[in-house]
Design a protein around this ligand. Structure first.
Ligand code: ARG
Length: 584
């Protein structure tokens, strides 16, 4: 076998050639290899049943015929037939050992997960994407955290990932904002905290425009001037966006996020005319009450609820820029797919957008990238309502992360009072931010979840501190044993024998399957669940089997289990966007 291998793929291909030899392949036999329930083994081929039923054959007899053809798997698996015709594959202890010995790096782990079909494809992940001139608040957490994890997982599986921050940097709010900037700017406040000042100015502009029609008109004029490219207004708009992006970047730095592109809505200003032309030209868009709209007669709701792609005042909107963005991503990036990591409350927008793009690309004989709304639910407070401050305001992300770090600092100080303060602060940063990220990722993204400091910072349960602690624990085992060179320390390992060794080894081999599931569904929580179970299995092993025993062969294989647990946990945490610690 090659140094690194996807076991499910190997079984699949061996079964396929066996089926070909038996002439089942041309009649559409599919092996259907899955991860098995642990009590049945490691993998299971389920395909015999459906095939036998269709062909009116005895499934058990057919399974037996197949098994007789796959001798080359015997050195690695105990193969058995169960029930009406499932074929079970259980890795032999020696094969488990070989697998663990070979998978000694992140690179090899990556190769073992390489079956998910993303290799070489370009995928755009559109995430975070806040609107400028406002602070990021708790509502912006999920897109950033989930988008980053998905980007990392796809990259790990071989995709060329383009991380694009589609910021809302253009819109009607700039009229009032520029008006207020010109009349009420507090330069000292601007220097201190620009976003704070922009928010104050926006409130002033908004209130003034509401109570005074002259201000409303003046603000409208400022917007018209901006859209016409008037230099003074453009300069203010640029300054607002630059300050916003700088403030966002501080949060991205804390969350470990790096974008490849920040192509905001304004980037598409000169690209929307072509959209109007094309969509009108191919008969999709029509004028309605001065606006340009798309109806979908084939859709229950969208036949009467139009998709407005140009407003009646002639301005572009969210829909026009998103359509232009699809074209740009197709032409410029040759994207195979685009993932929009956006709140599920925007699902109508994306349904209409995707439906429109599909018809438009069909009519213009283009190939449409696969477009997917990676939706997510709301972050709730303990009262089950969207999380807010006591006074009912949105919680700013920078304050939320600050509080997480402060709470983590307390925790670290309680645990390790003697550690130097700078070290405790550095660790608290990782635990605090990681706890917030992980609490978000460990839930099925489509559901709402309740934000709870106590839960996410707990050292027990499916939390970041628990996993980070498991990692630090293995590092400390190695430190205490003076193990620097893991490869040297695992030479001479003999196959696993105890129940707990075998269970842990099996769990480690399951990494590829867990990652593939998370990637196939674009749901990071599957990876979280796996890592949590792995850490638990490690604990069970570590409590039952002493690692640093005298027998060099037993010691070597147990050190190997520790080392691979470390590798998989660290790799997994990094894939989720967390930063593993050596010490806690
Ligand atoms: N700026 C939007 C908002 O804050 C999110 C943009 C998401 N991406 C997109 N291509 N529509 O709601």
């Amino acid at each position: 076998m090659a140094v690194s291998f996807n076991l499910a793929d190997i079984i699949e291909s061996v079964l396929r050639s066996a089926a070909a030899k038996l002439n089942l392949a041309d009649r559409g036999f599919q092996p259907e290899v899955r991860v098995a329930e642990p009590m049945h083994g490691d993998f299971q081929a389920n395909g015999v049943l459906a095939y036998a039923k269709r062909e009116r054959l005895n499934p058990r007899a057919l399974a037996q015929q197949l098994v007789a053809q796959i001798d080359e798997l015997n050195p690695y698996f105990d193969i058995s037939i169960a029930g009406p015709g499932f074929i079970n594959f259980k890795l032999k202890p020696a094969a488990l050992l070989t697998w663990l010995q070979d998978h000694d790096s992140e690179e090899h782990m990556r190769a073992s997960a390489a079956s998910s079909g993303y290799a070489g494809q370009t995928w755009i992940v559109d995430y975070s994407s806040p609107n400028t001139a406002k602070q990021m608040h708790v509502g912006h957490l999920r897109s950033a955290v989930i988008g980053e994890a998905i980007g990392r997982m796809l990259g790990f599986c071989g995709a060329r990932v383009v991380r694009d921050n589609h910021v809302g940097d253009w819109g009607t709010q700039f009229g009032k904002l520029i008006w207020a900037y010109k009349h009420h700017l507090d330069s000292a406040a601007l220097a201190r905290d620009p976003l704070e000042e922009f928010e104050r100015l926006y409130k002033i502009g908004n209130q003034a425009a509401e109570s005074d029609p002259a201000v409303l008109e003046a603000a409208r004029q400022e917007l018209v001037q901006l859209q016409a490219g008037e230099p003074a207004n453009l300069a203010i708009w640029r300054a607002i966006n630059a300050a916003s992006l700088a403030a966002f970047q501080q949060i991205y730095d804390q969350l470990g996020i790096h974008f490849d592109e920040i192509l905001g809505e304004s980037f598409y200003n000169d690209k929307v005319e072509r959209i109007y032309r094309e969509l009108t030209g191919c008969g999709l868009a029509e004028e309605s009450q001065g606006a340009l709209v798309v109806f979908h007669p084939d859709h229950a709701r969208f036949k009467s609820q139009p998709f407005i792609i140009r407003k009646s005042d002639g301005a572009a909107n969210y829909a026009s820029t998103d359509l232009a963005t699809i074209l740009y991503r197709t032409e410029h990036f040759a994207a195979r797919g685009v993932l929009y990591v956006v709140d599920k409350r925007q699902s109508d927008h994306f349904d209409q957008l995707f439906l429109t793009a599909k018809k438009w690309f069909e009519k213009t004989s283009r190939h449409l990238p696969s477009l997917e709304h990676i939706d997510f639910g709301t972050v709730l407070g303990e009262n089950n309502k969207p999380l807010k401050t006591r006074s009912g305001d949105n919680i700013r992300l920078k304050e939320l992360l600050g509080e997480a770090i402060a709470r983590a600092f307390q925790l670290v100080t309680e645990k390790s009072p003697d550690m130097p303060e700078t070290e405790r602060r550095a660790i608290a940063q990782v635990i605090g931010v990681g706890a917030v990220q992980y609490a978000d990722l460990s839930q099925n993204r489509s559901s709402d979840y309740v934000f709870s400091w106590d839960k996410m910072l707990s050292l027990d349960g499916n939390t970041a501190p628990y996993l980070l602690y498991a990692v630090a624990r293995v590092h400390s085992i190695f430190r205490r044993a003076g193990i620097n060179d893991v490869t040297a320390s695992t030479v001479g390992a003999t196959p696993f024998e105890t129940r707990t060794e075998l269970d842990l080894a099996r769990k480690l081999v399951g990494f590829a399957a867990a990652l593939n599931l998370a990637v196939a569904q674009l749901r990071p929580h599957y990876l979280c669940t796996y890592l949590y179970e792995l850490a638990g299995q490690f604990s069970t092993f570590y409590n039952a089997d002493k690692v640093l025993v005298d027998d060099p062969a037993v010691r070597a294989r147990r050190v190997l289990l520790c080392a691979r647990t470390l590798l998989v946990l660290e790799t997994g945490l990094r894939l989720l966007g967390l930063q593993p610690l050596k010490k806690m």
